[in-house]
Ligand binder design. Structure first.
Ligand code: HEM
Length: 452
């Protein structure tokens, strides 16, 4: 029998998880085991798991019977039918068409754009060292937003492009959507108090801007190399058709949303962990200095020569996975580990709790990038680590994100020392992605290499 979680008193049990989705699963997995059930208002079952066999079943071997859970429906209001929110044959076609934009040769082109943004960013930071208090999470958000704009549209700063104010519109829509997801009982009120109308108007204006950009690019003879051009040129191998303006709009907005807050939070947490673990920072810096020498940034080829830099990021995302959980719903009834699963049950796969499971990660709170050294990797099932998800719906931007994070981290540790201004532990806040509550305040100093 799958153990059942019941809250104390009359409170619906599901609310306990909603109130603290990170620690709730860590604690209950210790008490009840790594596959337990929560009755959901007597109408549905929620299955919560960090069991790799269950994860394999849901995400890989029987993934056809699983769709994204209803939480993703709210996202559709802003993202439309892009890769994150679409399903079935439509998703498969879109994924087939978008995939080549993330092949190695294309990533190398996009990397050149990232380097330009990162160089400007570090020069600006250099001017602000020593005295200024830096909120590192704000800075990481700014650089990853610039990178996503540059790689999508070849424009950098929002105000450098008078056509689209993407980050602002996305922020606006994210707030609206999170409110709906958290307090669904308030949705009817939004039709009365004008909030839904305001949202629809803002989205309609935003879409107009996006369509104008797409049409302009369609008409352009010499197209710049960026994700928009790559997606415009993509055709479906089966039908030969390209994407409509609506499909393009949805994929562009999806990539913008999926692709910068995630990397930004992963980088912020990693820098925070490095500031708290000077030994790791020293080892990382030694690798970076050995590869970079006098260069200010690693070349695309250098990235493969910096395994420890990659391990540091991997360990950062183990402790603070930006996508801290994924949700699924089974279409038909199912059987898992000999247990009957009723149709339309909800599955919560807690990546945060999985990454803290002491079976796979002894002393789980310790920041130890050696856990990702090849010999240690071999000792764990591959699904014990899934910051980018798993199976066919795995993140399309994983290599994009890894190269972006390696680039920024290498440049930052080569140039700066990091001093945390507050000794207190920064708490993780499970918003759309896992954010540092209140930001991470640091003072940066120019790093001066010691000469022996
Ligand atoms: C550290 C950075 C990132 C993390 C942790 C991350 C994590 C994830 C996860 C966990 C999923 C799967 C969600 C699910 O199965 O429900 C996903 C999907 C996706 N991600 Fe990422 N992501 C990152 C960066 C990016 C970047 C840079 C891009 C684009 C440039 C991107 C684009 C997407 C897209 C389009 C999907 C949907 C894929 C599909 O279903 O076909 N992500 N991401």
């Amino acid at each position: 029998m799958i153990p059942v979680y019941k809250s104390k008193g009359l409170k619906p049990s599901a609310l306990d998880m909603a109130g603290d989705p990170l620690n709730f699963v860590v604690e209950q997995s210790e008490k009840l085991g790594n596959f337990f059930r929560i009755p959901f208002y007597g109408i549905k079952q929620i299955f919560v798991t960090t069991n790799v066999d269950v994860i394999r079943h849901v995400m890989q071997s029987n993934q056809k019977n699983y769709r994204k859970s209803s939480a993703y429906k709210q996202l559709k209001l802003a993202l439309g039918n892009g890769l994150v929110t679409s399903e079935g044959a439509f998703w498969r076609r879109q994924r087939r068409m978008a995939q080549p934009a993330f092949y190695k040769t294309q990533l190398e082109e996009l990397y050149k754009k990232m380097v330009g943004v990162a160089e400007n960013f570090c020069e600006d930071l250099q001017r602000r060292t020593d005295n200024e208090t830096i909120n590192i999470s704000q800075e990481m958000m700014a650089i990853t937003a610039d990178i996503v704009l540059k790689t999508l549209f070849s424009t950098e700063k929002e105000n450098g492009n008078d056509k689209v104010d993407m980050s602002e519109s996305m922020k606006f829509s994210q707030e609206y959507i999170m409110n709906r997801a958290r307090r669904p009982y308030m949705i009817p009120l939004s039709y009365i108090n004008g909030k839904k109308k305001k949202f629809d108007k803002r989205m309609a204006e935003f879409d107009e801007e996006m369509f104008a950009i797409i049409n302009e690019r369609r008409a352009l003879k010499d197209k710049p190399i960026d994700l928009l051009s790559m997606l415009l040129q993509a055709t479906d191998s089966e039908s030969g058709d390209g994407m409509t303006n609506r499909q393009l709009r949805d994929e562009l907005v999806t990539i913008h949303a999926a692709g910068h807050e995630t990397s930004s939070n992963a980088l912020s947490w990693t820098l925070y962990l490095l500031a708290k673990n000077p030994d790791v920072l020293t080892k990382l810096r030694a690798e970076v200095q050995a590869i970079l020498g006098e260069q200010t940034h690693p070349s695309f080829a250098d990235l493969r020569k910096m395994p420890y830099t990659k391990q540091v990021i991997e360990e950062g995302m183990r402790l603070y996975p930006p996508a801290y959980a994924v949700g699924r719903e089974n279409i038909e009834k199912d059987e898992i580990l000999g247990q009957q699963i009723p149709k339309s049950s909800i599955f919560v796969l807690s990546i945060y709790a999985l990454h803290r499971d002491p079976t796979y990660y002894p002393n789980p709170e310790k920041f130890d990038p050696d856990r990702f050294a090849p010999e240690q990797l071999k000792q764990r099932p591959s699904l014990a680590y899934m910051p980018f998800g798993a199976g066919p719906r795995m993140c399309i931007g994983n290599h994009f994100a890894m190269m972006e994070m390696q680039l920024i981290l290498a440049m930052m540790v080569k140039q700066f020392e990091f001093e945390l201004l507050d000794d207190k532990r920064v708490n993780a806040q499970p918003l759309v992605t896992l954010s540092p509550k209140g930001g991470i305040k640091m003072r940066l100093k120019r790093f001066k290499k010691e000469i022996n």
